[in-house]
Design a protein around this ligand. Structure first.
Ligand SMILES: *[C@@H]1O[C@H](CO)[C@@H](O)[C@H](O)[C@H]1NC(C)=O
Ligand SMILES: *[C@@H]1O[C@H](CO)[C@@H](O)[C@H](O)[C@H]1NC(C)=O
Ligand SMILES: *[C@@H]1O[C@H](CO)[C@@H](O)[C@H](O)[C@H]1NC(C)=O
Ligand SMILES: *[C@@H]1O[C@H](CO)[C@@H](O)[C@H](O)[C@H]1NC(C)=O
Ligand SMILES: *[C@@H]1O[C@H](CO)[C@@H](O)[C@H](O)[C@H]1NC(C)=O
Ligand SMILES: *[C@@H]1O[C@H](CO)[C@@H](O)[C@H](O)[C@H]1NC(C)=O
Ligand SMILES: *[C@@H]1O[C@H](CO)[C@@H](O)[C@H](O)[C@H]1NC(C)=O
Ligand SMILES: *[C@@H]1O[C@H](CO)[C@@H](O)[C@H](O)[C@H]1NC(C)=O
Length: 837
């Protein structure tokens, strides 16, 4: 009996052991929990850390610069995100040097404090008056909030980190105004990457009392406003709303007699989101995308980078057109690493010191001849910085002399009066017309060695001669253009609305003309990502046209016209021709295109009763689209990335020849993150992984989307069947969760595996509607090309020009590997990916 009992007990033990091993292997937390509380008896020190109860957040000593400076901080970060991302730092501007000898502890006065090795507080919650040290405890919660409260009553909050936001606003946090003290809590950027000390940029409630947020530079200068909260959204930032639609967030304004604040939350509390005042001076929203192990940027304001004061630092030049900073001629970034990571506020330093005077002495400069060795570099079309000094000099030459005579003077401009700048130049911005108010040519002082060759008198004469010739040529050219334009105008007036579609001229229409053409927008052809499309007819028996009404455009009139005229010059047999446009006021922006009688490719491929496209036609379409994209990528004057390649944007003419539509619109509409977000949600099946990662988008993103489209051309069905669901036992059956893509439904993965495993025998993948009537060699080639196009590695994907060659059989491709990204995608429910992107 005893032996049997023993045997069974040891058997049990064995089972328990197996279970335990299984548990450990599955990373299920063991019953012994990590510490989540600091009490009088349990301080935190060295490399120990607090972990919140659910394991989401951790807190402890860390080095934000990876240990370069030897500075240690106490902070909170995501416990199970491999990319160390701090969301709160206690001792922002008072680092400690020895974490093992420093303690985060309950101080004798009952506050949570960081004590240095000598026991004096470096940082303190500074909240309680006289609570006894034995009775309070600080707890790290699963929301990322650190709460100080009496051990006997956790809801009697004495202090919490959510009331003292650093640079990151987490869901549930409060960016508030304390009505008792009048104090406003700001969300202040780090000083630089790796340095959590408070920087210059702060997001906070409007100090004037309006229910809105403002971005301030140095606590005073407002450079961006959300506009007032109207109960549903911020009037100047309508994408931040009480209810955030699909992404499931809600924003709330609370105003009681103690405080007023905004807070936000997500319906799905597994969403990992953070909102940050970035070192760049922008506020940015980031989602964590588990599938790709990356933060995905979904929100950034102000969009115009040059709106951020000192965003490019000293001697940095901001360009809104390039959405980037560059150092002025003769300068290089002060900190190249930070600069390359997007923190440009450190600015630029001279390559060569100025020769002027002896160490900045003006007297010496005026006396010595050394002054002549510095020279001035002319920068045209600059917005002149505000902090210049206006002097009495009455000509450009006198102005230059005034600057030369003062070694502190770093630049001058002459715009009728002479303006001088001393020391570091901030807020330089290019891309302005010289004739605009506040803009002009700026002369920047540089060491003579920064100029390629010393200037001799002879050379100067030559330059003057060349300059004069250039001016004459310019005047001539200008008058020709003026005369031509006048003639063109006359021609247009005579022709009325009959369009000559010759040599890439884009006609400008009046809004009422387009109303007439489209019978007051009565015949709607469809609605794309940028607005609705209507059918129209040119007068006097003219051609049919498609008129697109653009929505949500924020671009200025001038820029809009510049973009439109660029698009008008693009002509290729596989690209839709832009015939004209209309731009009246802010909201009447329309584009007029040639009309395509056979509609878009998606209708032909997936329509309710599709008149099946033959394999010949499909192959022809695939090659044509590739040629159109290759032209956009390589042969246009400015490379154009389409950004939204999908069957909806491929139109078919009367002979079923394909024409790519909507190219150039991404740029025309402008960089708008919320729009990118919407587009991404709509077309998740075509997006390259780099979109999700917030990385720079190159032409290879189009190659990826083209690859996805190729698979659909082959299979005749959507890669991701929106709305059609696989039975999913874990799903609650809610509508949102219906779209699941598994290994069996995600066609590109199926195709890629089959291609690799069956050594190119892919005829089984073909649209059943074709009844096998296709050239097997072509099908194999198309699948191979498609699979190369959707590789994770951007460099592994072919260019569109290479795609054309491969499809035409002029080159042969190796067998591609199965993209890892697809395996990840297929491994999880589609709704997770959609929600987080
Ligand atoms: C609590 O504070 C008292 C003095 O008020 C001090 O003597 C004692 O050491 C403190 N206890 C701890 C654990 O810090
Ligand atoms: C506590 O607050 C006072 C004033 O409110 C301030 O002077 C002091 O520096 C603070 N102490 C710490 C350790 O933060
Ligand atoms: C702290 O205690 C002292 C005396 O024990 C008292 O005078 C003071 O008012 C108390 N402060 C607070 C904030 O309770
Ligand atoms: C705990 O603190 C809260 C907030 O101060 C208070 O409303 C509640 O009555 C307290 N509970 C106990 C048991 O003291
Ligand atoms: C920032 O503001 C403070 C006072 O408000 C001022 O003393 C300081 O010079 C300002 N900093 C810069 C860089 O202008
Ligand atoms: C998230 O939601 C689940 C279920 O509603 C709940 O059990 C859990 O405590 C929540 N977690 C947090 C951090 O709020
Ligand atoms: C200027 O002179 C001071 C002392 O006279 C010296 O410390 C400093 O390095 C000099 N600066 C330059 C740029 O030469
Ligand atoms: C020239 O520039 C200065 C400084 O930017 C400005 O105050 C002044 O009004 C400008 N003058 C003209 C004529 O534009």
């Amino acid at each position: 009996m005893a032996g049997a009992a023993r045997a069974s007990s040891s058997l049990l033990d064995h089972a328990t052991l197996v279970l335990l091993i299984a548990l450990v292997a599955a990373h299920v937390p063991l019953p012994v929990r990590a510490q989540d509380t600091v009490t009088a008896g349990r301080p935190l020190s060295g490399d120990a850390k607090l972990v919140s109860r659910g394991g989401k957040f951790a807190m402890g000593f860390f080095q934000p610069d990876g240990g370069v400076s030897g500075r240690w901080y106490v902070g909170i970060w995501y416990n199970n995100i491999a990319v160390r991302t701090p969301v709160w730092v206690a001792n922002r501007d008072r680092p400690v040097s020895d974490p093992a000898a420093s303690r985060l502890a309950i101080a004798p006065d009952g506050n949570l404090a960081l004590l240095d090795p000598s026991g004096s507080p470096v940082w303190s919650t500074n909240a309680t008056g006289n609570a006894s040290n034995a009775t309070v405890a600080a707890v790290l919660l699963d929301t990322g909030n650190l709460v100080l409260a009496p051990a006997s009553n956790a809801s009697d909050v004495l202090w919490q980190s959510f009331d003292h936001i650093g640079d990151t606003w987490l869901p549930g946090g409060k960016l508030r105004r304390d009505k008792a003290t009048g104090a406003i809590q700001g969300m202040t950027s780090w000083r630089a990457r790796g340095d959590p000390a408070p920087g210059m940029y702060t997001l906070q409630l409007d100090p004037a009392g309006a229910p809105q947020y403002v971005l301030l530079w140095n606590g005073t200068r407002k450079y961006w406003l959300t506009g007032d909260w109207n109960g549903r959204f911020f009037t100047g930032a309508p994408e931040v709303a009480a209810s955030g639609g699909d992404s499931g967030y809600s924003f709330r304004f609370v105003d009681n007699d103690r405080e007023s604040y905004f807070t936000y939350s997500f319906a799905d509390n597994s969403t990992v989101y953070r909102f940050v005042t970035d070192v760049s001076g922008q506020v940015k929203g980031w989602f964590w995308v588990e599938a790709f192990q990356r933060w995905n940027l979904v929100y950034a304001e102000p969009k115009a980078r040059c709106a951020v004061p000192r965003g490019c630092g000293a001697f940095g030049v901001c360009s809104d057109a390039a959405a980037a900073c560059a150092c002025a001629r003769g300068f290089t970034p002060r900190d190249a690493v930070s600069w390359s990571l997007g923190d440009t506020t450190g600015g630029c330093v001279r390559n060569t010191e100025l020769q002027c005077g002896n160490n900045g002495s003006a007297a010496a400069a005026a006396a010595g001849s050394g002054t002549k060795v510095d020279r001035f570099f002319r920068m045209d079309g600059m917005r002149l910085p505000e902090d210049g000094r206006v002097t009495g000099a009455a000509s450009s030459d006198e102005c230059e002399s005034a600057c030369v005579g003062n070694c502190a003077c770093s630049a001058y401009a002459y715009n009728g009066s002479c303006v001088l700048w001393n020391g570091e130049l901030q807020n330089l911005e290019e891309g302005y017309g010289n004739q605009l108010a506040g803009a002009g040519s700026l002369y920047l002082r540089l060491a003579a060695s920064e100029f390629p060759m010393a200037r001799s008198h002879k050379r100067r004469t030559v330059e003057i001669a060349v300059g004069a010739t250039a001016i004459v040529c310019f005047v001539l050219a200008a008058s020709i253009i003026v005369v031509r334009t006048a003639m063109a105008r006359r021609t247009k007036r005579i022709q009325g609305l009959t369009i000559t579609t010759a040599e890439g001229r884009v006609t400008r229409f009046e809004y009422r003309d387009l109303q007439a053409l489209t019978k007051n927008f009565s015949d709607k052809l469809g609605g794309g990502s940028f607005g609705s499309v209507f059918r129209g007819q040119l007068p006097n028996g003219g051609a049919a046209v498609a008129v697109k009404k653009l929505e949500g455009l924020r671009q200025g009139e001038k820029q809009f016209r510049a973009e439109v005229s660029t698009l008008g010059t693009i002509q290729h047999v596989n690209l839709i021709r832009l015939l004209g446009f209309c731009s009246e006021g802010g909201d009447r922006r329309l584009l007029v295109y040639e009309y395509m009688p056979n509609g878009s490719l998606d209708r032909q491929l997936f329509g309710a009763t599709p008149p099946t496209l033959s394999w010949r036609a499909r192959h022809h379409i695939a090659v044509g689209v590739a040629k159109g994209l290759a032209y956009l990528h390589d042969e246009c004057r400015d490379r154009i990335i389409h950004c939204d390649v999908k069957p909806e944007n491929i139109l078919l003419d009367a002979g079923f020849a394909p024409k790519v539509a909507d190219f150039g619109l991404a740029k025309l509409v402008g960089r708008d993150f919320s729009r990118v977000l919407t587009t991404m949600r709509g077309t998740v099946g075509y997006l390259a992984p780099e979109w999700i990662g917030g990385e720079a988008i190159t032409a290879k993103a189009d190659v990826f989307s083209y690859g996805m489209t190729l698979f659909e051309i082959v299979s005749g069905r959507r890669n991701v069947e929106h709305g059609k669901s696989e039975p999913d036992s874990s799903s609650s059956g809610a509508g949102d969760h219906a779209a699941t893509a598994t290994a069996t439904t995600f066609f590109p993965l199926l195709a890629a595996r089959r291609l690799v495993e069956a050594e190119g025998d892919v005829k089984a993948l073909l649209d059943p509607e074709l009844g096998g009537d296709a050239n097997a060699e072509e099908v194999r080639r198309v699948c191979k090309v498609a699979c190369w196009c959707i590789q994770d590695d951007v460099d592994a994907r072919p260019t569109m020009a290479e795609v054309v060659k491969a499809l035409e059989g002029l080159t042969d491709l190796e067998m591609p590997p199965v993209p890892r990204y697809l395996e990840v995608l297929a491994g999880r429910p589609m709704h997770q990916i959609q929600q987080t992107t």
